[in-house]
Design a protein around this ligand. Structure first.
Ligand code: F3S
Length: 110
C-alpha cells in the first residue's frame, strides 16, 4: 500500500515532497500531485515535508476517495490522452503531465 496525496495539494503544488522521494514516484498533474501506488516504497520521507498536510499514509486510514484517485491517475487514460500513464519509473523523466484526474478537474469547477 502506498502513500496518497489528498485535496489539500490542489493549487498548492509545493513540491518539497518531490525533492525527498527516493524513487521519484510523485507526479505532477495540472493543479495537483499524485503518488504512483506501484512505485511508492512506503518510506514515509514525503510525509513531514508537505506544508499543507496533503500526504496520508495508508496505515492512518486515508480517504478511500484519494487512494482510488491517486491510482486512477496512472491506471486510466486521463482526459486528452489515449493510454494510461502506467508506471513510467520516475517523474523526472515524464516532466509535468499537465492534466488532472476527472475528480480533481471537477473539484476545481466547484
Ligand atoms: Fe516517495 Fe516514500 Fe513518499 S517512496 S511518495 S517519499 S512514502
Amino acid at each position: 500500500m502506498a502513500y496518497v496525496i489528498n485535496q489539500e495539494c490542489i493549487h498548492e503544488l509545493d513540491g518539497a515532497c518531490v525533492e525527498v522521494c527516493p524513487v521519484d514516484c510523485i507526479y505532477e498533474g495540472l493543479t495537483k500531485r499524485y503518488i504512483n501506488p506501484d512505485e511508492c516504497i512506503d518510506c514515509g520521507a514525503c510525509l513531514p515535508e508537505c506544508p499543507v498536510n496533503a500526504i496520508d499514509a495508508t496505515g492512518d486510514g486515508p480517504d478511500p476517495v484519494w487512494v482510488a484517485d491517486n491510482a486512477a491517475f496512472f491506471t486510466t487514460a486521463l482526459p486528452g490522452r489515449d493510454a494510461p500513464l502506467g508506471s513510467p519509473g520516475g517523474a523526472y523523466g515524464t516532466g509535468t503531465i499537465g492534466v488532472d484526474t476527472p475528480l480533481v478537474a471537477s473539484w476545481n469547477e466547484e
